[in-house]
Design a protein around this ligand. Structure first.
Ligand SMILES: Cc1cc2nc3c(=O)[nH]c(=O)nc-3n(C[C@H](O)[C@H](O)[C@H](O)COP(=O)(O)OP(=O)(O)OC[C@H]3O[C@@H](n4cnc5c(N)ncnc54)[C@H](O)[C@@H]3O)c2cc1C
Length: 756
């Protein structure tokens, strides 16, 4: 090994040595370097076009397998690394960096691959720096990423964040429930005053007529206190939305302004103690009395009381009540009615009894209650009559003849709630990830005997806990964003095909949020359990997102049913048995076609190929759909009812629904990144996309092996590739959560302080 002779070296050599010192240090970390390894490293580092001859000279000297550095050479190198100033500002603000970290990091990944030693983590260890270095080392500009991901949302988010920064929004979760609820109501007033509750409503009633904007505003609120979010959702989304969507001009004129200004706080009273998921069979009755031209709203027994109703325990003065409509002794199914429940002073109206649901797991600032009606009379005009009406003479009229179709049309208009809950769930995942990734990048535990402890985020198990979830959060963000815009465009028209996607994404994203928050909580150790660090509170609040707006298992079955219906429609007149024979044959062919190529290939090019991911996700969905159709058919042929047949195959339906959502989410993510013109963003988004897809394939590898789509070697290769992607994304993780654009106030607790 040739000794360094600093005095004799040119300034250029010095600069290059400084540049590549971490790389060289890591290359020699285990004391040996083969020719192959040296060549591989050199191939990589010489790509950059930076003073190639000087780079070559320095590397000749330092990466010579025949002349390893002495311990004192290495110590000198380490000293050089540690004494080199590094610029800590945001990447876009820095002048000429003393060290081209992205380039070094890139090269170190290569070293890592070649030698199996730590790359980025080793760099942080060498530098002995906190996470700000890692942010500076990001391969892209987080502000650009934010702009790319935010799209049309940016302005509305800023508008909402501005209001959320007012002192009233500074909410302590651990406080008396009564005070908490009042503070949440005060926040709602503030939002209403700023017109944030009016965004979705038509301009002619003082709104902004911006459906997508209203869901984006909801998303922004999801970064703050979730009780404010849910109370906002109840007042302006569920209650206001039901009056707007299910009512007609007479209701709009009378109520919409008051609703959006919060002058008329209201409830959405659908669920009953006895009927939650199955709302078609609720038991509250609305009997038309032609003599007085009134409906009589009644709770026939204890189990038919309205339950868990937001805004009911304290503040609601009127409720959209869902009840079985009876006219002249005939039942016409579920309809919605506006029923006053409290007077102006807050006392329950005659015949209305209200109870507080009491303490809950989370959402302590929302006043959920139970409502009982004892023959409460309301005027005929209080029927929300967009889809059906009762004439003064007591005649039932509807443009939709079938009761069942009417019911589903009515529910379909309320799909915005599901989309909003899905979007808010992803925000909860973002907040959890931002907190956990910042913490684990700064917090150090264990390490090499002779060096500082390593950041938690440099450990592979931590990366595997957080980074695939980060990738999924990005992927879901693109699918949700597209769904919101699509829904807004379709608004007022036929939203049936959007319903299934909304149901699937709501179920999938709320589950993702819960899993992510738990992983984030554990990643932060004991500090994560402290309420001031927010993850626990968010997790408690978001928990119910898996239940309200449709319990997840029920929604996933809706998705499966709609896929089966689609299959049937696709083949039109084809008789069912022929169809089944056809799809079975098709599925078998698909496996045979894929086998020789797809089942065995394990090279990185193939493993990261979006077409491979697309094909695998599509294959799984098609196969599950076809085999489900076949199984259902077999059961029905044997005399089972459709309900029995569906129940017998319920696990299958749920797997199909999840497979469908994952395929669709992947497609949205792929489209988004293909449209991105910034190469740096594209590279990191491509890694995230590949990680999302491979992580999904890995997590369902049992199925892929079972179905013959993978051979064992391929399953193993996918596992290695997931780990490799995690390693590659480590240095970008901080910038990726930065790009979520969450105001610091909503993610900063004591964690970072605790980490130092
Ligand atoms: C905090 C909170 C706020 C709420 N706010 C409102 C509100 O403002 N207005 C309102 O109307 N409602 C509200 N709800 C009610 C909510 O919408 C219901 O809780 C929800 O629809 C589920 O109904 P359920 O509780 O009766 O559960 P159930 O229907 O009893 O379901 C229990 C479990 O069984 C599963 N399940 C049900 N059917 C099937 C099936 N066929 N196959 C397999 N599994 C099945 C579900 O997935 C779930 O896991 C609220 C609830 C809570 C907790």
């Amino acid at each position: 090994m040739a000794k360094t002779k600093s005095s004799a070296q040119s300034a250029a050599d010095e600069a290059v040595l400084t540049q590549f010192a971490p790389l060289i240090y890591v290359a020699w970390a285990d004391g040996t370097l083969t020719k192959d390894e040296a060549a591989r490293i050199r191939r990589h580092v010489s790509k950059g076009g930076h003073a190639e001859d000087v780079v070559a000279r320095v590397l000749d000297r330092w990466l010579n397998p025949e002349a390893p550095p002495t311990p004192s050479d290495l110590n000198a190198l380490l000293e050089r690394i540690r004494s080199t100033p590094r610029v800590r500002q945001e990447p876009r603000e820095r002048p000429e960096p003393a060290v081209d970290q992205p380039r070094v990091l890139e090269a170190m990944h290569e070293v890592e691959n070649a030698l199996g030693v730590g790359g980025v983590d080793t760099l942080s260890m060498l530098l002995g720096r906190a996470h700000s270095d890692a942010r500076a080392a990001a391969s892209f500009d987080p502000d650009r990423m934010r702009a790319c991901m935010d799209g049309d949302r940016a302005a509305i988010r800023e508008r909402v964040f501005k209001v959320m920064h007012r002192p009233i929004f500074n909410i302590h979760r651990v406080q008396a429930m009564s005070l908490y609820r009042e503070q949440v109501l005060a926040c709602l007033r503030e939002l209403a005053r700023e017109g944030i509750g009016a965004i979705a409503f038509p301009k002619e009633y003082g709104g902004e007529g911006d459906i997508a904007g209203s869901i984006f505003a909801f998303e922004a609120l999801a970064f703050g206190d979730m009780s404010v979010l849910v109370k906002y959702g109840v007042q302006f989304g569920l209650f206001g939305g039901s009056v707007y969507q299910l009512g007609t001009a007479r209701h709009h004129r009378k109520y919409l302004r008051k609703i959006m200004r919060l002058e008329l706080p209201g409830c959405f009273a659908m669920t009953e103690t006895g009927h939650g998921s199955n709302v078609r069979d609720i038991e509250t009755t609305a009997v038309y009395d032609p003599s007085s031209r009134e409906f009589v709203i009644h709770t026939p027994h204890e189990n038919a009381r309205k339950d868990y109703i937001g805004n009911a325990a304290l503040h609601g003065r009127i409720a959209t009540v869902f009840a079985q409509l009876e006219v002249r002794g005939e039942n016409h199914g579920v309809h919605a009615f506006l029923v006053p429940i409290r007077d102006e002073k807050g006392a329950p109206m005659p015949g209305v009894r209200i109870e507080d649901c009491g303490e809950k797991i989370g959402l302590h600032g929302v006043d959920n209650g139970r409502i009982y009606f004892d023959n409460v009379r309301i005027p005929r005009e209080n029927l929300l009559n967009r889809f059906a009406d009762v004439t003064e003479a007591g005649e039932y009229v509807s443009t939709i003849p079938s009761a069942s179709r009417r019911f589903f049309t009515m529910l379909g208009t309320l799909v915005a709630g599901r989309i909003s809950v899905a979007a808010a769930s992803n925000c909860a995942a973002k907040a959890g990830l931002a907190i956990a990734i910042r913490h684990t990048a700064a917090r150090r535990q264990f390490g090499n005997d002779d060096g500082p402890e390593l950041p938690l985020l440099s450990y592979l198990s931590m990366q595997r806990a957080l980074l695939p979830r980060l990738a999924a959060t990005y992927a879901l963000d693109t699918a949700l964003y597209d769904l919101i815009l699509r829904y807004a465009e379709a608004e007022g028209g036929d939203v049936r095909e959007i319903e299934s996607l909304a149901a699937g994404l709501k179920a999938y994203t709320s589950r993702h949020a819960m899993d992510t928050l738990q992983a984030a909580r554990e990643a932060c150790g004991g500090a994560g359990y402290m309420m001031q660090n927010r993850i626990g509170g968010i997790r408690e609040d978001v928990d119910v997102f898996t239940t309200f707006e449709g319990a997840n298992a029920v929604l996933l079955q809706l998705v499966a049913k709609s896929l089966i219906t689609g299959l049937r429609e696709q083949f039109g007149e084809m008789r069912v048995w022929r169809l089944v024979r056809y799809v079975t044959a098709r599925a078998t062919t698909a496996v045979a076609e894929k086998n020789p190529i797809a089942t065995r290939r394990t090279d990185p090019d193939h493993l990261r190929d979006p077409d491979f991911h697309d094909a695998a996700l599509r294959f799984r969905e098609n196969h599950l759909l076809n085999t489900l159709a076949r199984r259902l058919k077999a059961r029905i042929d044997r005399g089972a009812t459709p309900v029995e047949a569906m129940n017998d195959c319920q696990d299958h339906s749920i797997s199909l629904a999840i497979a469908h959502v994952e395929r669709v989410v992947h497609e949205h993510f792929r489209r988004r990144l293909e449209a991105c013109s910034d190469e740096a963003l594209k590279t990191v988004l491509e890694r995230l996309r590949a990680l999302y897809a491979l992580d999904r394939l890995e997590s369902d590898r049992g199925w892929f092996l079972e179905s013959g789509y993978f051979e064992p070697g391929k399953a193993k290769a996918i596992r290695s590739e997931v780990s490799a992607l995690c390693r590659e994304l480590e240095s970008d993780a901080l910038a990726l959560v930065e790009a979520f654009g969450i105001p610091p106030r909503f993610t900063e607790g004591q964690l970072v302080a605790a980490a130092h």
